[in-house]
Structures are given as C-alpha cells and as structure tokens.
Design a protein around this ligand. Structure first.
Ligand SMILES: [Mg+2]
Length: 345
C-alpha cells in the first residue's frame, strides 16, 4: 500500500472555535493506491510530539464534538477497553502483557494448560467461518475452562499482587491525567475487559498508586475465601463477544465503599442517561462495547498499535479518530478536556 506523505504545519481543523485545544503539526496522507477514491480519500494525520493520528472524516468528527459539548459533561460517559488501549502495546521494546496472561500460577503445569487452551481457542476467535452464536459458545467454553484451571491450580490474592509486580505492563502516558480530569468533571469511566477485574484493579493500584471514584471495571471478578484463595468467579462470564453495557448487570463496583459516590449511586440508570460516549479501543470489535446503550453521539478513538499498513484502511473507517504506533493518551486527554469545557472557544 503506497502512501505519499506531505508535511506542513497547520491547525487541526476540528472547529474554528477550538483552536487552542487542537494545535498540532499536520501531515496529510493521500492514498496513491486507490483510483476511485483518490482525492476523496484524503486523510489528516496529525503529528504530535510523539504520535500520529488519522481522522477519516473531519467534518463528521467536528459535528460530533459540537454535539457532545452542547450536551455538557453531565451527559458524557467514557467507555474504554483495557489491554493495549489504556495500557501500552510495547513496554521498553517488549510486547506488553495482557491482564489475563499476567497471572502466573504457582504450579507451572497450570500455566501450560491455560496456554494450550489459548492455542486451541484463539484461532477460533478469529475464524470468519464460524457463526457468531457458535463462536460465543466457544468463547464461553474457553473462558469457563480457563477459570476452572485458575481455581483448580490455586490462585491467591498475594499471588496476584506478585504477578502484577513482575508483569511487563504499563499505562499509556496521559492515562492518569485523563482519569483525573474525568473524575474532576464527574464523568464515569467504564473499563470493559474480558480479562480479570482483580488483575486490572491491582495494575491500577500498583501503577497509578491511587483509585478513582469515577472508574468502574466491568470484567470477570474473583471471589476469595477467608485465607485469600480463589474460590469462584462472580456472575456471568464476560468474554470478548459480550463485553458491553449489557454486562453491567454482571459487574461489581471497583470499591464497595465508594458505591454510592455521586453519579455512581443507582449507577446503571445514571449511566443510561449519559447518552454521549467517548469510546476507546484497540480492536474494531471494541466498538461493540457501547452495545446496550442507546447513545445519541459517540466519538470512537482507536489505537492501531502494530502492523499499521495491514489494518489502516479498516481502522480509519471504523474509528472517528485513529492513533497510530502505540501512541500516548495525550491526544485523548486534549479531546476530553475540550469536550468537558464549558467555554465557548
Ligand atoms: Mg484490547
């Protein structure tokens, strides 16, 4: 796929009244491969200090930004995937670990057994010939077997803390600032993950060193006995094909004592009233995270971390804003600041 790159300095033309929030050095990529769409396929690639972003339809994005700002931050919620979206794809040059494979059991035989399940089911997850309902059953089967191995082989809360301490996992730069901003504005953040809530929360504890009253992890949650041994899992299994707002019924709060903090009391109905969404994901399938919410306006932000040339076409069509090459979260922070701003310019 051939792309010609033109460099020039410009102001990102989202809104004439939002210049201060969107000052970047612009690059424009023109697709030299497509005959039919040439010219129309102009993409805007913004080169910030360390990242690139592609906006396929800047006028549509501008309309969405205006609509969300008009609704105010009281109508906004943020929905985010965890692995390779909030976390870096690469950490110090190595592939970052996911919340599932961070967990190392004491008996290595069980780690091998889980790996074997991965080798069998992972190709099925991406097999286009398997109908969706059948695939959902396979995913439930996979997750069920994995969870059974975690219980059978033994997992302790201490083991989770140690696994996370040793893990190759890091948040993107700017994630803490993004959560702080959204907490200050009272905007809920739902982290949807088919991984393990207990791991994700431990990663938050160890890497961010604080909790956020607006952040809620919607994922598979462990139940420990009085000796700190994994006993069971709460609620229904959340896997790759059902991690969406329907899954809210299955989830428990991040911190039980903060369950009634403003905006999170009766949180399900409160969330349903927040009909504007900023969605963050690193797979096209992550767009399904807003399923179950009757949203008015959704701005989707994608992170295309790897093999950019292979997936650029599909990702730039799927997401309103697309960050390339394991970018930081600073662009999203600027966008969120702008969305939550009450100033007219
Ligand atoms: Mg992910």
């Amino acid at each position: 796929m051939g792309y010609r790159l033109h460099h020039f300095n410009h102001i990102f033309p989202i809104s004439r009244t939002s210049f201060s929030a969107f000052r970047f050095n612009l690059r424009v990529w023109c697709c030299s491969q497509s005959g039919t769409n040439q010219g129309k396929m102009e993409q805007i690639v913004v080169n910030g200090s360390e990242s690139q972003v592609v906006v396929d339809d800047s006028s549509l994005l501008q309309k969405k930004i205006s609509a969300i700002r008009l609704g105010g931050h009281a109508k906004l919620q943020v929905i985010a995937d965890f692995d390779a979206t909030l976390t870096k794809f690469r950490v110090n040059g190595c592939r970052g670990q996911s919340s599932h494979n961070v967990l190392q059991q004491e008996d290595p035989e069980y780690n091998d057994k889980r790996q074997k399940l991965y080798e069998y089911y992972h190709p099925l997850e991406f097999d286009p010939t398997i109908p969706l309902d059948e695939k959902a059953k396979l995913m439930e089967e996979w997750w069920g077997k994995t969870h059974a191995l975690l219980i059978e082989g033994g997992v302790t809360y201490n083991g989770i803390q140690n696994s996370v301490a040793k893990a190759t996992i890091a948040f993107r730069d700017g994630v803490t600032e993004l959560f702080e901003l959204l907490e200050e504005k009272g905007v809920p953040v739902l982290i949807f993950s088919a991984g393990l809530a207990d791991i994700i929360e431990e990663v938050l504890n160890q890497k961010v060193h604080r909790s956020f009253k607006n952040v809620r992890v919607v994922s598979n949650r462990m139940v420990f006995d009085e000796n700190g041994h994994l006993q069971s899992f709460k609620g229904k299994t959340i896997h790759v094909l059902n991690k969406n707002e329907h899954a809210l019924d299955m989830a428990a709060p991040l911190h039980d004592h903060l369950d009634d903090v403003s905006g999170l009391s009766d949180e399900k109905s409160a969330l349903k009233k927040r009909t504007n969404v900023l969605l963050l994901g690193d797979h096209i399938g992550d767009l399904g995270m807003s399923d179950g919410l009757d949203y008015e306006t959704r701005i989707s932000v994608g992170f295309l971390n790897d093999r950019v040339e292979d997936s650029l076409e599909s990702y730039r069509k799927a997401f309103d804003i697309l960050y390339l090459n394991d970018s930081s979260m600073h662009g999203v922070l600027k966008l969120a600041t702008h969305l939550c701003s009450t100033e007219s310019d």
